[in-house]
Design a binder for this molecule. Sequence first.
Ligand code: FES
Length: 349
Amino acid sequence: MNLYKKITGLFSPAPASKVLVRGQHIEFTVPRGQTILESALREGIGFPHDCKVGTCGTCRYKLVSGKIGELASSAMGLSGDLYQSGYRLGCQSIPKGDLEIELDTQLGGAIAPKETSAVISGQRKLAHDVIELTLVPENEIFFKPGQYADIECRELSVVRSYSFSSPFQAGGSLSFHVRLVPGGVFSGWLFGADRIGTTVTLRGPYGQFGLHESDAVMVCVAGGTGLAPIKCVLQGMSQAQRRRDVLLFFGARQERDLYCLDEIRALQKIWGGRFEIIPVLSEEPVASAWQGKRGMVTEYFEEFLRGQSCEGYLCGPPPMVDAAELVLLRLGVARECIYADRFFNRIPG
Ligand code: FES
């Protein structure tokens, strides 16, 4: 028995519950054993969310009346003040009867997630441990650059989450960057053989990461395949002819881990404004021919930001994102102008 079943079994959820969103004339049904978030998304309601695993706090709501059980305590993803004030996490809450809840934001405006089957049409090696996976969906999935999708491979009985790596194209294919994870069931399967023609199930879009309107310099910080959502956002801006100054810090261990630089440089050429690419290697051998920057990406923020008005767009492993956030805050970037997608939220490949 897995943890989820064990926990849900403990507090015997109601057969189905109604959830009323106070002040927004929205009511939805949560079937037995489902979370508030998954039911809302299944009904096409744009309930705010990001990680879906209880760490980011984006899906918080205030419990006005009724009882819930929790997969993991909401206290893990909320500040003490919010928790004490009655806030809980939608992705961790299973109703034990009808509920009334309150949200800080108005629902609507978000793209409702959909499910469709999709066929693998491409698997192109981008680096020694990164593949670009291309899928042709049976039905179009609309998304905003920066969001992600769940890919279910029935053959392996696994579901994995990956950010869209290129913007939406009408009727076209969807692409994702898949890193080979040691022992990873899905990534190992993908790297192991030609999987073109295999049918998978695609669900999405999910997540809140994406472009925020402003004229501030975009400080984009990508670690590993955190480049995928950043690239998608920048390409989406280019398609929409939306120009802003961009500093793109790309952190990797060694030169062989850098990928898609040609594509990024092609984007830089047509950008029509300031667009600096700053690759930084943390473990490149001293004797190598690498002429670029070494160390951690955060060591170079001060030199490039130089007191300009900036926004942070951070994607990748949590230690890098956390460190980048701290340095940006220290350099005077407002907390509400820092947007992050921490990849630890995703199930390993
Ligand atoms: S904590 Fe629920 S979506 Fe992140």
